[in-house]
Design a protein around this ligand. Structure first.
Ligand code: SF4
Length: 186
């Protein structure tokens, strides 16, 4: 995936600032999991086995943005569980963007068509759509047939210029689409 110039410049400036301040250790990416609930049940997932009282918990917008302010990292990756199940995800993303930080939403994309209108294209916003390889590999990884095709449709919806054989590196600044392995961070 190509890295947009704005991203390189902002993160680079942050790194230089930390060096000038003499800091040896500093946050670069905040990994936020505003919920553990998911609409998939991948084999071996470390999140969905939690009991319902934990799966029913949601990080509030206020607490999510307070953590962004406290951490100070220039990049905020929002995963889960499935973050699109969080009814206030768009408000969290807007708050991150308002702080001029990069918001990256990691999703299995099953709800993307339903929710995409809640998210305005922005140079500070990226969709990271979970793909594990070809149809056979992906559907096997997520333990459900048809998920690969839905993810591909979501890629095309989020970026009409994406080809029919993603993952690819789109040339437009937003939305940026990437593929990643499934893990307990989604
Ligand atoms: S691995 Fe990710 S996509 Fe799969 S069930 Fe767990 S949280 Fe959901």
């Amino acid at each position: 995936m190509s890295i947009p110039f704005r991203y390189v410049a902002k993160v680079g400036a942050y790194l230089v600032r930390q060096q000038l301040l003499g800091r040896k250790r500093y946050p670069l990416v905040l990994m936020m999991e505003p919920l553990f609930r998911c609409n998939l049940a991948c084999a071996g997932c470390g999140k969905i086995d939690y009991p319902d009282p934990i799966l029913n918990k949601r990080l509030s917008v206020e607490d999510a943005l307070a953590s962004v302010d406290e951490c100070g990292a220039p990049v905020v990756v929002i995963a889960g569980g499935e973050p699109l199940l969080h009814k206030d995800l768009a408000a969290i993303v807007e708050g991150v963007i308002a702080r001029k930080k990069f918001a990256i939403v990691c999703t299995n994309a099953l709800l993307l068509a339903k929710k995409i209108d809640q998210f305005k294209p922005n140079p500070y916003f990226t969709w990271s759509i979970h793909l594990d390889g070809d149809k056979e590999m992906h559907d096997h990884a997520v333990s459900q047939d048809g998920v690969f095709e839905r993810a591909i449709e979501a890629v095309k919806l989020a970026n009409p210029r994406a080809s029919a054989s993603p993952p690819t590196a789109p040339s437009s600044p937003t939305p940026i689409l990437s593929a990643r392995r499934p893990s307990s961070t989604n």
